[in-house]
Write a protein that binds this ligand. Structure first.
Ligand SMILES: [Fe+2]
Length: 371
């Protein structure tokens, strides 16, 4: 059994200037980032590398049209390294750019076993959620298929994950909230996955501890404490990435994809809507093993009886990001069965990591419970 995969080298720099001095941007590097990262952190440095911004090619989370345009841009140059500085969208797209050859995105999905790393990837996160810097998956909204799907290959691992807490300064509260809740979902789903090991659980539990303790401090002390917690949240999201990189994410992600893809709900936010609905279903079906271990940890951290952990968790998270039901996003009840069908058809990779095997009827029941 694969215990844990440590692929990228993980490096931390205290400041952006230290990161830039050590990385030495070169003429054959492609820097892929956002306008705001450039304005806030890079524009005062001189470098000859080509720099492109994600928003030049489309807005929001990655979709196949946007990614295809950026792939065409990358084919025009002879780049040796991709230096991706950004949130999950930027890092996920950069993984596809690192393996881009002359094939289309659809062909990469169909022929994933034959993709090869073409350019060295340096992944520098500017949010504290995806853990994308240490994983080999890129999630793209495939508009034609109407859902988000992961593209996964061992060739897509970044060579280096570079953590620079300074880059999280000024992160908008909403982005902080959705990304850190996403990291909590990664840590939780990987903790109860059948592929979890003692090694991955070490990282899952450490991430859960850091994130919940951080949220509790924000609630108790106010938002002014947030800057001092950014390093902890960044490390926690990387911990969670290391855990789910081996143990996988599960049904929360699977069920969030058709909903988030159709209603353009940000990844972390759509996961949040589904999150405890899935955990409650596990307890109902099989209250044993990894779920009980998880709930003991939550009970200790949230200082509540074990049977109240999801109430206490929802109440804490609600103070970080007010939760809405699917109905409040405009979802019609008749769509739930379409979503459930889509999950069974398109998300078997994630459903395979479910703590309790879910069929279409159970997926529908979970959707109905949070509708
Ligand atoms: Fe996620």
């Amino acid at each position: 059994m694969e215990e844990i995969i440590f692929k990228p080298q993980i490096i931390e720099y205290d400041s952006c200037s230290e990161f830039i001095a050590a990385t030495q941007f070169k003429v054959d590097d492609l820097i892929f980032t956002s306008q705001s990262v450039y304005e806030n952190f890079l524009k005062n440095y001189e470098f000859e590398s080509k720099i492109i911004f994600q928003r030049q090619y489309g807005s929001g989370e990655p979709n196949d049209e946007m990614v295809s345009k950026i792939m065409a841009e990358v084919r025009k140059g002879d780049y040796k390294r991709i230096i991706a500085i950004g949130g999950g969208t930027v890092l996920d797209i950069a993984k596809i750019l690192s393996v881009t050859d002359d094939r289309s995105l659809d062909e990469l999905y169909e022929q994933i076993d034959t993709v090869k790393c073409q350019r060295t990837l340096l992944a520098v996160p500017t949010t504290c959620g995806t853990g994308s810097e240490v994983t080999n998956i890129a999630v793209v909204n495939r508009l034609r298929l109407g859902t988000k799907m992961g593209l996964v290959s061992p060739e897509m691992f970044p060579a280096q994950a570079i953590l620079v807490p300074e880059l999280l300064n000024g992160l908008p509260k909403y982005v902080f909230a959705t990304s850190s809740i996403d990291a909590l979902v990664h840590a939780t789903e990987s903790a109860v996955s059948p592929k979890a090991t003692e090694f991955t659980r070490l990282f899952s539990y450490a991430a859960i501890r850091k994130i919940i303790n951080g949220f509790q401090r924000i609630v108790a002390e106010g938002e002014q404490v947030m800057p001092s917690l950014m390093k902890d949240f960044l490390i926690a999201s990387t911990f969670a990435g290391l855990a789910f990189g081996t143990a996988g994410c599960g049904p929360v992600h699977a069920m969030s994809y058709p909903f988030g893809g159709t209603y353009h709900v940000a990844h972390g936010e759509s996961n949040f809507v589904i999150f405890t609905g899935v955990l409650k279903h596990y307890v109902e079906k099989d209250n044993s093993g990894a779920v009980v271990d998880l709930n003991h940890l939550l009970s200790e951290l949230l200082n509540c009886p074990i049977e109240d952990v999801y109430i206490a968790l929802d109440s804490l998270l609600d103070q970080i990001l007010p939760k809405q039901s699917m109905k409040e996003y405009g979802v019609q009840e008749v769509e739930l069965s379409e979503f459930a069908k889509n999950v069974i058809q398109e998300q078997q990779r994630l459903l395979g990591n479910s703590f309790y095997p879910l069929d279409e009827a159970q997926v529908l029941k979970i959707y109905q419970s949070i509708y």
